[in-house]
Design a protein around this ligand. Structure first.
Ligand code: ZN
Ligand code: ZN
Length: 174
């Protein structure tokens, strides 16, 4: 397998087992007729005349990948840790987690590359689904941390959705 200097950052380079006739600039009519034509390796035509400067170039299949683009995202779910209040302190930081899925799409061009020339044969779409997780802190407040015999109530606002207030109760520690 020969080298393929034209596609250093492409993935998936495989031999096409083909060659392409590339006419020299200023070539004769006969040579220009062959320009751009593909032949299976070993079946390339003879040079039509002496001093023909046309090239017969080995070809490769090359994939060109476009950028991933988001096309949809799921409704996020929000989870929080239970707050832990130390005695005499009636607020504490709570870690929240936001998670959702995004669906992304990219184009993949299947190309045939021969020396400096490249031709797109087919364009496909690829999809992937990724889970995204974000974390953020929010303050949880407690009605009381001093009345050991009573259940206390805490509340904490979702840092992304302020209207989403979680509440709970716990028995304060000694
Ligand atoms: Zn010629
Ligand atoms: Zn020629």
């Amino acid at each position: 397998m020969g080298s393929n200097p034209e596609s250093p950052e492409s993935e998936g380079v495989i031999s096409a087992n083909k060659v392409q006739w590339q006419a020299n600039p200023g070539a004769c009519e006969k040579c220009n007729e062959l320009d751009g034509q593909y032949f299976s390796q070993g079946n390339e035509p003879e040079k039509p005349h002496p001093n023909c400067n046309c090239k017969i170039v080995e070809c490769y299949y090359v994939n060109e990948y476009g950028r991933w683009k988001e096309i949809s995202r799921s409704v996020p779910s929000y989870n929080m840790q239970d707050p832990i209040f130390t005695q005499l302190i009636n607020s504490t930081l709570v870690l929240w987690m936001k998670s959702y899925y995004i669906t992304e799409e990219r184009n993949v061009n299947i190309c045939i590359g021969c020396g400096t020339r490249r031709e797109v044969l087919e364009t496909n779409n690829e999809h992937r689904k990724r889970k995204i997780k974000n974390t953020e802190y929010s303050i949880a407040y407690c009605a009381s941390t001093t009345k050991i015999d009573e259940w206390s109530v805490w509340w904490c606002a979702n840092p992304w959705v302020p209207g989403d207030i979680r509440r709970g109760s716990f028995r304060p520690g000694p």
